[in-house]
Design a protein. Structure first.
Length: 292
């Protein structure tokens, strides 16, 4: 019965949910931002600066460096009342743009999403519609100050500074590090009081990244596992994304990388057919919230 339901829900709206969930998870924090006054967080100076800086430096040294990245993934999406699987192809040009192509049957693309430094585009081929907008306009529809570089870091197992393009050594003392026997906890808050919690092995392997709103109203968790050597660096071939609101699971995504290549020439095409209907991201977010 469950299998029949899964096949019946193999629809355009379901895969629109998949693309939006994977590509725009950070927008799920819309309700946690209010009109309260903003303040710049004070720098947290750890008690053992040298030891903590060594850990952060080790994490940075261990992460995979690339100019281009392509991957073929098996993706499982779970919503409270919906479940589906699909092949998803990922193409990424570092610090420029990346695309997700959803291909559920016989390699036929039904969706494509592209996120660049300043805009987002989505094509829904099943329903002949598309989204094309820049982040400046999206901030009017959602209250999250979306950052392309932070999302890129989540997809590529990198430690990052909230709202910044790169993490530098000068910023290490902004993090609070709690050293453990084999794993360590790394914390920092952004200007909107969101907590960023990273877990790392003391060997420098980044194991998870978590973003939570005050009082844990919303929690986005991104876990990494099944590490494999790629260009001399360990990279997670399995990623698990989970979103909860007020302690209730809103959805989760499991991504298993079957094949990955770095630093090869990539073609990043994104052609929107003339007859497709344009819709807004706000419409999609509203439909997702109503469905769930």
């Amino acid at each position: 019965m469950g299998k029949e339901k899964k096949e019946n829900n193999f629809s355009g709206s379901s895969f629109f949910c998949l693309v939006i969930f994977v590509g725009l998870s950070l927008f799920s924090f819309t309700a946690c931002k209010t009109t309260r006054n903003l303040s710049v967080p004070s720098a947290v100076v750890p008690a053992k600066v040298n030891e903590n800086n060594t850990l952060l430096s080790t994490i940075q040294e261990q992460t995979l460096q690339f100019e281009t990245l392509s991957a073929r993934m098996s993706v499982n999406l779970n919503f409270p009342e919906n479940e589906m699987s699909s092949r998803v192809d990922l193409k990424m040009v570092k610090d420029s743009a990346f695309q997700l192509s959803v291909q559920p049957l016989l390699g036929i693309e039904v969706f494509r999403m592209e996120l660049s430094k300043d805009s987002v585009k989505v094509i829904d081929r099943l329903n002949k519609r598309y989204v094309a907008d820049n982040y400046t306009n999206l901030r009017g529809q959602t209250t999250v100050d979306f950052n392309f570089y932070n999302l890129q870091a989540l997809f590529t197992n990198h430690l990052f500074m909230p709202g910044q393009k790169v993490l530098t050594e000068k910023q290490y003392n902004r993090f609070k590090v709690n050293m453990g026997t084999s794993e360590s906890e790394i914390r920092i808050k952004d200007t909107m009081d969101l907590l960023y919690l990273f877990m790392a092995g003391n060997d420098g392997k980044l194991l998870s990244s978590q973003i939570s709103a005050p009082e844990d109203k919303y929690i986005l968790s991104w876990k990494y596992s099944d590490f494999s050597l790629n260009a001399g660096k360990l990279f997670p071939m399995q990623m698990a994304v989970d979103l909860t609101a007020n302690g209730i699971t809103k959805g989760s995504v499991e991504m298993h990388i079957n094949k990955m290549q770095i630093n090869i020439p990539l073609t990043m095409e994104f052609v929107i057919p003339a007859k497709y209907q344009r819709i807004s991201l706000a419409q999609i977010i509203k439909s997702l919230s109503q469905k769930q």
